[in-house]
Design a binder for this molecule. Structure first.
Ligand code: 5GP
Ligand code: ZN
Length: 132
């Protein structure tokens, strides 16, 4: 059993924001960004690599519902959606989850890394990566 499964089944307490038959949204324990929320499917899967499309669809619907609520009713000016897949991508809990970070004017943080320019050309990168 994983810790997010234990949150869904109530063994671990959480600050619930929203729940339906397929998904659960709750406050991230870090309490860093104001309203930092996690959206998870009730059906266990690790991440985007193994989730089935119906489950993913339900999770995305909940992300949109909570996002609209935060912006339309709770004073957020926007949100960032973050998601990690795999240990190298900094995933620490291996139950699919999306972070919702409500954003406010002058909230003092940025989510996009300020990276150095890549040495490889876009031509080469496209050649390596393109799917069709
Ligand atoms: P990741 O690094 O895998 O993208 O995010 C995992 C998130 O889960 C972290 O932001 C962490 O604070 C949160 N987290 C870990 N354990 C718990 C917990 O027991 N309860 C809640 N609400 N959040 C947790
Ligand atoms: Zn789980």
């Amino acid at each position: 059993m994983c810790i997010f499964c234990d949150i869904i089944n109530g063994k671990i307490p959480s600050y619930k924001i929203y729940e339906d038959d397929y998904t659960y949204a709750f406050l991230d324990i870090s309490n860093d960004a104001n309203g930092h929320t996690l959206v998870i499917p009730k059906k266990h899967c690790e991440n985007l690599l193994d989730v089935d499309v119906d489950t993913l669809n339900n999770v995305v619907k909940t992300i949109q519902k909570v996002t609209k609520h935060y912006v339309n009713n709770c004073g957020a000016k926007g949100v960032n959606i973050l998601n990690a897949n795999g240990k190298e991508a900094e995933q620490t809990v291996f139950h699919l989850h999306f972070h919702i970070l409500p954003r406010f004017e002058n909230d003092g943080f940025t989510v996009f890394p300020n990276l150095e320019k890549n040495k490889e050309s876009l031509d080469k990168i496209q050649e390596k990566l393109k799917l069709n």
